[in-house]
Design a protein around this ligand. Structure first.
Ligand SMILES: Nc1ncnc2c1ncn2[C@@H]1O[C@H](COP(=O)(O)OP(=O)(O)O)[C@@H](O)[C@H]1O
Ligand SMILES: Nc1ccn([C@@H]2O[C@H](COP(=O)(O)O)[C@@H](O)[C@H]2O)c(=O)n1
Length: 217
């Protein structure tokens, strides 16, 4: 399939709390005239057949905690302009629900998540690869706030999980994927220049595709 006949796929990676979701949402806001679908890798955590007490102790920062096969298959469907059923994940229950949400295909797909640049199969589907690079202390502060306020975790649970899983997995698997990025964005969602550059590049690529299509038709 030629690049003209497929959507633009943007991968946004970075550590937990780096600002990936904020960047993805800003892109959607800055491109009001484009059809954009946001896909979050968090939706693709594997279903765990374990009691709650064991589930919540799992390592959710390891590549094997994701159903990458399903994510790759869904991304390929979106790339072929087919709709998908995205699994719905419950962070409070620490498990995938039996529910899904319908996702229509779009001209631009933004895939956001801690390990989006880890799997070659995913990287190969992307037109632009972004790594959001935010200092560890800032990411930890944001994470404490979010997990306590939104996910009902205790401070002790947040600290244990950070030291046991989040920090070592970031160092082992997530941070090394920076070298696969075309664009590294320091300070995440508040980096207006980086957002402007990214938005302009996306608009340029869409325009280019449109021009090739016009010439061909
Ligand atoms: N530049 C920023 N300044 C202040 N707070 C921010 C900034 N970027 C993100 N946040 C906040 O930090 C938290 C984590 O950001 P989010 O975009 O969800 O990160 P991620 O998706 O990488 O985990 C959110 O509460 C968000 O509002
Ligand atoms: N049951 C779960 C599943 C995941 N996490 C944490 O979520 C982080 C990834 O999401 P971000 O939006 O922060 O990028 C990841 O670091 C997991 O530790 C969790 O705490 N519980």
């Amino acid at each position: 399939m030629s690049t003209v006949n497929k959507p633009l796929i943007i991968g946004v990676s970075g550590g937990s709390g780096s600002g990936k979701t904020t960047i993805a949402q800003r892109l959607i806001k800055e491109l009001p005239d484009e059809s954009i679908a946001l896909l979050q890798m968090d939706s693709y955590y594997k279903k765990l057949d374990l009691p709650y007490e064991e589930r919540k102790l799992q390592n959710f920062d390891h590549p094997l905690s994701f159903d990458t096969d399903l994510l790759v298959a869904d991304l390929k469907k979106l790339r072929a302009f087919q709709s998908i059923e995205v699994p719905i994940y419950d962070f409070v229950d620490s498990n995938r629900t039996n529910k899904t949400r319908h996702q229509e295909p779009a001209e631009v797909i933004v895939l956001e998540g801690i390990l989006t640049l880890y799997e070659k199969q995913l990287r190969d589907l992307m037109d632009i690869r972004v790594f959001v690079d935010t200092d560890d202390d800032i990411r930890l502060i944001r994470r404490i706030k979010r997990d306590v306020e939104e996910r009902g975790y205790t401070l002790s649970k947040v600290f244990d999980q950070y030291l046991d899983h989040v920090r070592p997995m970031y160092q082992q698997f997530i941070e090394p994927t920076k070298r696969f990025a075309n664009l590294i964005i320091p300070e995440g969602g508040s980096n207006d220049v980086a957002i402007d550059l990214l938005t302009s590049k996306i608009k340029y690529l869409i325009h280019q595709k449109w021009q090739v299509k016009q010439k061909r038709d």
